[in-house]
Design a protein around this ligand. Structure first.
Ligand code: PAF
Length: 281
């Protein structure tokens, strides 16, 4: 696997692939990689002969009080993992490559970006949409793979590509979970051993909603209640939201009569985690 850090280096590395029409699948990341990311690389491999990953901790999707400075950064370890997973090219741009001096164009997504995460992190999707557009402009991939754990982000990226006619096919990769059910996340690294034990309750709460759904319950309110009840059993878990939404628009639905996502966010200690399940109504 080759590593490049500049837009010129990137353009040189992809030019031979572009010249023979080889498709490029792209996996943008912020590093601190885990099995979930590696499953996205495997999915990219199945979708295209050439795979590019990026590592860029995007400052514009963090609010000043958030964890930009402390976000885990292990580029050497990440590069070894990506290489073993079958990535062909790793792009590690610096801030000026992504946001050159004088940069002044921002994408402020509405639609799928409204509510849920935006209610708690109003800056977030503007930063994500803008950096994804910049990375697409630099990498010029045919396919881009995003994890379904960030279900609202995936919906926002699909909307971005649709609205702005980016010639990129978006592929969602299933959530990868630890043996006890906790969704893999780079932020799990922040959890103390005790908080890590508590965190399993998030996936357990979603499993309660699924169990109700499988018994025939279709009312979103009742499915959300199953989640809140399970989480209420641990007063150290602060629920930010649980909602049943349409997976494409992220508009809340009253009942699950077609595909829907039950999405939640909660804080355990100082760590904020998100998780979701998909229901086939
Ligand atoms: O999901 C992430 O890791 C980030 O939000 C992304 C898509 C790489 C943009 O910075």
């Amino acid at each position: 696997m080759k590593t490049v850090r500049t837009s010129a280096g990137l353009a040189d590395a992809v030019a031979p692939w572009k010249s023979v029409g080889a498709k490029i699948a792209f996996v943008p990341t912020m590093g601190a990689l885990h099995e979930g990311h590696l499953s996205l690389i495997a999915l990219a491999r199945r979708n295209a002969p050439r795979v590019v990953a990026s590592i860029f901790v995007n400052p514009t999707q963090f609010a000043p009080h958030e964890d930009f400075d402390s976000y885990p950064r292990h580029p050497e370890r990440d590069a070894a993992l990506l290489s073993r997973a079958g990535c062909d090219l790793l792009f590690i741009p610096d801030r000026e490559t992504v946001y050159p001096p004088g940069f002044g164009t921002w994408i402020d997504p509405q639609g799928a970006a409204l509510g849920l995460e935006s209610a708690v992190r109003p800056h977030f999707f503007r930063g994500v949409a803008t950096v994804v557009a910049r990375l697409f402009a630099l990498v010029r991939p045919d396919i881009a793979v995003f994890g379904e754990k960030d279900a609202q982000q995936l919906a926002v990226v699909r909307q971005l590509v649709r609205d702005l006619d980016f010639p990129v096919e978006i592929v969602g990769g299933p959530i990868v979970r630890e043996a006890d059910g906790l969704a893999m996340s780079s932020r799990n690294n922040y959890l103390s051993p005790e908080e890590r034990q508590r965190a399993v309750r998030l996936s357990r709460a979603l499993a309660q909603a699924r169990a109700r759904f499988e018994c025939g319950e279709r009312r979103s309110e009742v499915l959300c209640e199953a989640v809140t009840q399970e989480l209420a059993a641990d007063p150290e878990i602060v629920l930010h939201y649980v909602e049943v939404v349409d997976p494409d628009t992220f508009v809340p639905v009253e009942k699950v009569d077609r595909q829907a996502v039950v999405a939640l966010a909660a804080k355990i200690g100082s760590t904020r985690l998100i998780d979701n399940i998909r229901l086939e109504g």
